[in-house]
Structure formats: C-alpha cells, structure tokens
Design a protein around this ligand. Structure first.
Ligand code: HAM
Length: 424
C-alpha cells in the first residue's frame, strides 16, 4: 500500500515553491526596511507555554494542539503560533535589557493546528509574523499594521480590507466582562457546552464561538467600545489618527475579538474581499498583548505584532488573478556534441556557475535537437554550442535565443564574455 501525505498538509513543488520564495524574500526585504530582525525559535515548546500564553479557554489550546509526551515524560506541543514562543525567548534571553528598544523581531516558519482542513485551512501552515516588544506608543501599532499592508500591496494585492478594534486595557475589559456575563447568563442554557464553560472563565470567547455564532444574543451583546476608559479610548483614537496619516483605510468592527487570549487595546485583521476567495477571508491577524511577558514569568513588557500565512497569501493572489514572475529562465544552456565536447562542458559549466551565471547542460546523452528543446523548456536566454569543430578551433558558438543572433567566441574568454553580457 502506498503512503500518502497527512491530512491538512501539502507538498510545495517546484513551479509553486518559487511563489513562496518571492513572498518570503519580499517579507525579509520589508523587515530590513522597517528594522525588524529575524528570530528562530523551536518548532516545539513546553505545552504550558501555550496554555498560559495563548489561553486555556481558546479553541487553539482546547482542541487544536498537537501535544505529546516525550520520552522524558514532558508534555510537548508543536507550536500552533509564534507569539508565545517569541515572548518566551524575549524573557528567557533577557532582551528587555538590550540597549536598542523596542526589540523588533520577525519569524517565518511552520505552525501546527489540528483543525478541520478546508480551503485556506491547513494543519501545517507557514506563518510570517512580526513582534515589537517594549513600546507602548500607538505609532508602533500603526507601523506593524502598515508593514503587513505594504507586504500585500507590494506583491500586487488590491482587494484588501483592514478591520480594527480595541479590546481596551484591563479596567475596560473587566467592565466589559461583567456586562457580557450579565448579558449571556439568563439564557446560557441555549448555548453549546463550551460556551457554558466560557461564561465564567472567559465570556469574551463566547463571541468567537463558531457553533453559536447565529444566536440572537450574539448580535445584541454589549460592545467593548462602550466600556473603554479614557486611556483606552485615547489610545485607540491615536492609532486611527496614525493609520489615516499613513493613508491606510480601515473599518472599526467592535465584534472583532480574535481567537487568542493575550490581546488588549489594538486588535486587527486584514481580509481579502476578492470575489470567489472562499469562506475563510482572513489573511492576517494581530494585536497588542501587554500582559503576555508577565504571564510567561518576565517583567511587564508591552508588545504588538501580527502573523499571516503564506498559504492564504497565495490564495489571495490567485483570487485576484495575480501571476508572480516566477519563471525567469536560466542564463545559459551548454549544448555539446561528441564525447570530448561533452567532457569539456563539465568544467565549463562549473566555471560559469562560479561566475554567477545560471547554467545547465544535458545529462541524458540527448541529440543536438533535443538539447535545444531542453534549453527551450528551461527558458534559456542563450545556448552555447560546442561541437567537435568548435572544440578543435577553441571557439564556442553563442546563440541569443530572443533575437536568434549568433557569435563565435574564444573558448578561453567565454566565461568573461558572458559575465559582460549579464552586466549589460
Ligand atoms: P491567528 O489569527 O491565530 O494569530 O493566525 C494568524 C494568521 O495565520 C491567520 O490570519 C491566517 O492567515 C493564518 N492561519 C491561522 N490558522 C491557519 C490555518 N489552519 N491554515 C492556514 N493559515 C492559518 C496568531 O497566530 C497570532 N500569533 C498573531 C499575532 C502575532 N498576534 C500578535 N502577534
């Protein structure tokens, strides 16, 4: 019996992987401009990090984690997201003591959630995310949002919608929490078992319930925005002012609660509103998590960040019909005829490559015509022909595949000549 790929995962093959590389390169380039530095944390962490960080009553922790006991009887979890691990590292490596503050980090790598696979929802997916730790300035919230928006825009996406909300500070959230409990309590029996548990533990999570989302009490639930104290209100207004200043259109949606527990003040999501994108439209999510470092055992540290998955990024590009220029072709194909010429190309190919030229030759002992066909398939810009005569005369024939022009070049200076061509 053949073995197949696990549900909710995918192989990213040549032809498709180039899209990933372009997005990843653009993300790195933007991080360089915005001054975020890369951090790589382990693929697995202690389970407690996520139950404390992401939150015990979230779907992620309750239903979606890949958790196992290792041989040393430790409970280990494949990371379902990146923020908790980055904050763990920030605390453990004492980055709060760095001279340069805030500490601005980015990461790119696989995350794991045991979700029901469907279009745009995988069990292993790759997130690109940023985290800025150590600043309470709403200008950095705006910076983080603008980085995500610019990444999408620079890759050509246009049909984007940014929604923002404020979850307020602790005082505002406590007031809102009480109002939510009073709102749902009399009819909590009509809600699912999970929501009944959430009522006292974390009533905000009820608003995020997939099962009860159509219940009439959901629409009439008290909005967090009514409970923001003056500080939280001023913070949220400042963020909106900065977004306007940056020309980033947004909508305020008081129902945006996000699926993780660590948020306060700013919460945001970027959605695709391209036609036919499918049911899951959220491309990117993030927000502020001022208490998280303390939760993990560190000093009080404000933080804000976002994460987006490359899978949904590519789905959005496809939905908008955007073709990335991924197949640029090779610089030079060496077509050789005859044993001696073929032997010669082994060394010549190496020299070309070492000189920064992408080059290929035949490895299947193909006839001349078939070698030209292979060069075509590789979209070679030039084909260099080396037959027995050429070799005898120490020349090589170079054909420009776009114009059809041919020139004869001294074999000894061929690599140099080609470098000159590339430099033009
Ligand atoms: P999240 O909303 O859980 O937030 O995930 C962020 C993004 O990851 C989503 O908007 C989506 O693009 C992608 N994503 C999530 N689950 C899947 C899946 N099963 N398949 C494909 N893509 C998926 C976080 O993870 C937070 N750590 C974000 C953050 C960073 N907040 C502050 N800093």
């Amino acid at each position: 019996m053949s073995i197949s790929i696990p549900r909710g995962t995918q192989d990213i093959l040549p032809g498709e992987v180039e899209k990933w590389q372009l997005i990843e390169a653009k993300a790195r380039e933007l991080c360089e401009k915005y001054q975020y530095q890369e951090i790589r944390t382990p693929i697995f962490e202690s389970t407690e990090l996520f139950s404390r960080g992401v939150g015990d009553s979230t779907d992620i922790v309750q239903k979606e984690m890949y958790t196992f006991e290792d041989r040393g009887k430790r409970s280990i979890t494949l990371r379902p997201e990146g923020t908790a691990a980055v904050v763990r590292s920030f605390v453990e490596k004492k980055m709060f003591g760095y001279a340069n503050q805030p500490v601005k980090l980015y990461y790119m790598g696989p995350m794991f959630r045991y979700e029901r696979p469907q279009a745009g929802r995988f069990r292993q997916f790759v997130q690109f995310g940023v985290e800025a730790l150590g600043s309470n300035d709403p200008a950095i919230d705006a910076e983080v949002i603008s980085l995500a928006m610019n990444l999408y825009k620079e890759m050509g996406l246009q049909k984007l919608k940014l929604i923002i909300n404020s979850l307020g500070d602790k005082e505002s959230r406590v007031a809102h929490r009480d109002a939510l409990v009073n709102h749902f309590k009399p009819r909590i029996g009509e809600f699912c078992h999970d929501c009944q548990n959430r009522l006292e533990k974390n009533p905000l999570r009820i608003l995020d319930c997939k099962q009860d989302r159509d219940h009439e009490l959901m629409k009439s639930a008290p909005s967090i925005l009514e409970f923001l104290n003056d500080f939280s209100k001023a913070y949220f207004e400042k963020l909106q002012q900065y977004l306007t200043q940056l020309d980033i259109p947004f909508e305020v949606d008081a129902n945006l609660v996000r699926g993780l527990d660590y948020y306060n003040h700013t919460a945001f999501e970027i959605m695709s509103n391209a036609e036919g994108f499918g049911a899951i439209t959220t491309l990117c999510g993030g927000g502020r998590y001022n208490g998280l470092a303390e939760e993990i055992g560190g000093p009080e540290t404000p933080g804000i960040g976002f994460a987006l998955s490359i899978e949904r990024f590519i789905a959005a590009l496809n939905a908008e019909g955007i073709e990335l220029d991924t197949d640029q072709g090779i610089d030079c194909y060496l077509a050789a005829l005859g044993e001696e010429a073929k032997d010669y190309t082994v060394g010549l190919l190496q020299q070309l490559r070492m000189a920064g030229i992408s080059a290929e030759r035949d490895y299947l002992d193909r006839k001349f015509k078939a070698q030209f066909k292979a060069a075509d398939r590789l979209k070679a810009k030039y084909v260099a022909v080396l037959g027995e005569d050429e070799l005898k005369n120490k020349k090589i024939n170079l054909k420009n595949m776009a114009t059809g022009d041919q020139v004869e070049i001294e074999l000894d200076s061929f690599v140099q000549y080609f470098q000159g061509l590339k430099g033009e």
